[in-house]
Ligand binder design. Sequence first.
Ligand SMILES: [Zn+2]
Length: 64
Amino acid sequence: MSIKKENISCPTCGKKGTWTTENAFRPFCSDRCKLIDLGEWADEQHRIPGDPVNPHETDESDEK
Ligand SMILES: [Zn+2]
């Protein structure tokens, strides 16, 4: 029971959740979101879904 868990937001849909290191789709919430990010990231997918920006969601690994 030493599975590491992380609280992250899915880059595709912005869905927040806790995923274990066993999640093959990290940092995405699902295979669908992963595929979307890889191949269908265009046109209407490109617009930001009006997700509220929470300070807690700030990606520290990203440049400001
Ligand atoms: Zn997602």
